[in-house]
Design a protein around this ligand. Structure first.
Ligand code: CAA
Length: 385
């Protein structure tokens, strides 16, 4: 039975900051951010969006009334959750008007979480083929103003409907994964910004990629040339490029050119949004599907997921016959965003809601369908409009 991604949608806020202008404000050569880091714009997430609303807004873009009636599980991966007990998935299921006879869970293993959710959904459907599972990766990446991590912030959510006989990507059975207990990036309880050993985290990412990709090829007998595109978790897009270079180092020029072209297609959206943490790999997938002119049904895509702490996985999927017709398009969403100045971005960054027990947010300027409107007596309030 084929199982995989039947629908995929993305959402981010309507605000961004220009990376060249941020570089100037930080006394850095703009090419460091544009080329060295590989980012041109960065999503600025207002206080009126959190992982619940980002997730609900992403899912709402792809789900029909019939989908909403049929979904029997929501798996929401995040590392910027809003409660230590209640899952963000419970809020999202309610906001989307899903059936009450469903399971909802929040998963956490840094940026790897959505891949865990996808693989768990796939194995569940193998036993329950009529099940439809909503898998979401939603996050807001925060390192702090004026920190080395600042140009690698961002935020948003990717929602995927996982079913049998999927219209977009059938996930193949084999995969290779690796876990090591290390401290490359973490966020202790009570911290609103991640702690990170930046260079170490990038080195570990590349080491994990090399290890799981090599293991995957030896397990399956597949070679790098068997992939029409290699997709990566993109905390900043230059890191994916470094991983790609490792993968293609011994190939002939024609294949390198082809994989490079598809890599460029896969990083178009991330370059304009920044790090999505859990959703990042799936934004690369969406970007290559919506921007490549060459990908065809039947072709194999390779996907590398990495979550600090650390866990990595390489797996693959086969493009399905109607994948192009199933895509909803996200160029307009990104084009219609509003630029904010560096000063405005800093003000918005500092306004993020932390521990207030009662707060009312001014949400008039946020055009999203789902809004975080404040906190009443320690209970988060959401609006659907
Ligand atoms: N023109 C072109 N390139 C330039 C340049 C210029 N004028 N100036 C500098 N550069 C290049 C540098 O040569 C360097 O390139 P290489 O990596 O190829 O050597 C690149 O720009 C970055 O420069 P630095 O290494 O000096 O950058 P930095 O020390 O300020 O920090 C960083 C970079 C470590 C990525 C930092 O932004 C960071 O800590 N980010 C957060 C951590 C992160 O994203 N880790 C990724 C792996 S962890 C993970 O994947 C999970 C997750 O999502 C967080």
């Amino acid at each position: 039975m084929k199982i995989g991604i039947d629908k995929i949608g993305f959402f981010t806020s309507n605000l961004y900051v220009d990376m060249a202008k941020l570089a100037v404000a930080r006394n850095v050569d703009p090419n460091k951010y544009l080329i060295g880091i590989g980012q041109t714009k960065m999503a600025v997430i207002p206080p009126t969006q959190d992982v619940v609303t980002l997730a609900a807004n992403a899912a709402n873009r792809i789900l029909t009334v019939a989908d909403k009636e049929q979904i029997d599980m929501v798996l929401l991966a995040t590392e910027s959750g809003i409660d230590n007990s209640k899952s963000a998935a419970a809020y999202v299921a309610n906001l989307l008007g899903l059936n009450e006879k469903i399971r909802v869970v929040e998963l956490k293993q840094a940026c790897y979480g959505a891949t865990a959710a996808l693989q768990l959904a796939r194995t569940y459907i193998a036993v329950h083929p009529t099940s439809k599972i909503l898998v979401i990766g939603a996050d807001i990446a925060r390192y702090g103003l004026n920190t080395p991590g600042e140009p690698t912030q961002g935020g948003g959510a990717v929602a995927m409907l996982v079913t049998k006989d999927p219209a977009i990507l059938a996930i193949e059975d084999e995969s290779s994964y690796l876990t090591r207990d290390i401290m490359d990036f973490w966020r202790p309880l009570g911290h609103y910004e991640a702690l990170v050993d930046g260079k170490y985290s990038s080195d570990v990412y590349l080491d994990f990629f090399n290890t799981v990709f090599t293991d995957y090829k030896s397990k399956t007998g597949l070679k790098t040339v068997d992939f029409s595109s290699l997709l990566f978790h993109l905390p900043y897009t230059k890191l994916g490029l470094k991983a790609l270079r490792l993968a293609v180092s011994d190939l002939d020029k024609r294949i390198i050119t082809k994989l490079n072209e598809e890599f460029e297609n896969s990083r178009i959206y991330s370059k304009k949004v920044g790090n999505l943490y859990t959703g990042s790999l799936y934004l690369s997938l969406l970007s290559v599907l919506e921007n490549s002119q060459d990908l065809l049904p039947g072709q194999r895509l390779g996907l590398f997921s990495y979550g600090s702490g650390a866990e990595g996985e390489f797996y693959s999927g086969i493009l399905q016959s109607k994948f192009k017709q199933q895509l909803i398009g996200h160029k307009e969403l990104l084009k219609n965003r509003k630029e904010v100045t560096v000063a405005e971005y800093e003000k918005i960054y500092k306004a993020t809601v932390t521990s207030q027990t009662n707060i009312q947010l001014d949400y008039q300027n946020d055009p999203a369908t789902f809004i975080f409107s404040g906190i009443d007596n320690n209970k988060r309030q959401y609006l659907h409009r």
